[in-house]
Design a protein. Sequence first.
Length: 226
Amino acid sequence: MGKEIESILLQRGHEVSLRASSEHPFTASDLHGTDVAIEFSKPELAVENMFKCFEAKCPVVVGTTGWYGRLEEVKTVCSEKKSTLLYSTNFSIGVNVVFHINRQLARIMNQLDQYEPSIKEIHHLAKLDAPSGTGITLAEGILDEIKRKDHWVNRASEKADELALESERLGEVPGTHEIVYDSEVDTITLIHQAKNRKGFALGSVLAAEWLVNNPGIHTMNDFLKF
């Protein structure tokens, strides 16, 4: 992802002022003169990296998932430091369109209890979290609208109140998410299939360009105005 993001930044006329990794960490002072940071690291590093950005008053776009259990803490620190944050479980423009459609479809399917909803997500073997943040976002969108479902589970399920969210890790798959509504007479399927990582990288760069002039705490919905 770092290489893809750097390539797009340079194509769009930006300068890369800092490159960091788990092997080459950064400090808040390293961000001096940087307009915006883009954070795609590991769940165990993401929060610390964000705090460094907040300390430096450097707006930060965060694409790492797996840290959302500390989301409220991160928001609090961001506000206290009067800093700027945009976070999302997925920066692909296409996936964010699917997030929007997913909620609209779920709102309709709430009235049609003959259809059983489920989600399947497939990612590459190096994907650290399961289910994916994108899968969880899709599940939460369905749960917000379909009242007969109470919670999601990361497995197949036949329980009436459970939403099945299954995960697979295969080869080099960039990311596939499939929302299914199955009945005795037909099946409705909504699929997003990433062809490569460029879509995630481009979305994060576009969000970073927008964030420079939009202080506060945001998600992709704010940027895309959904």
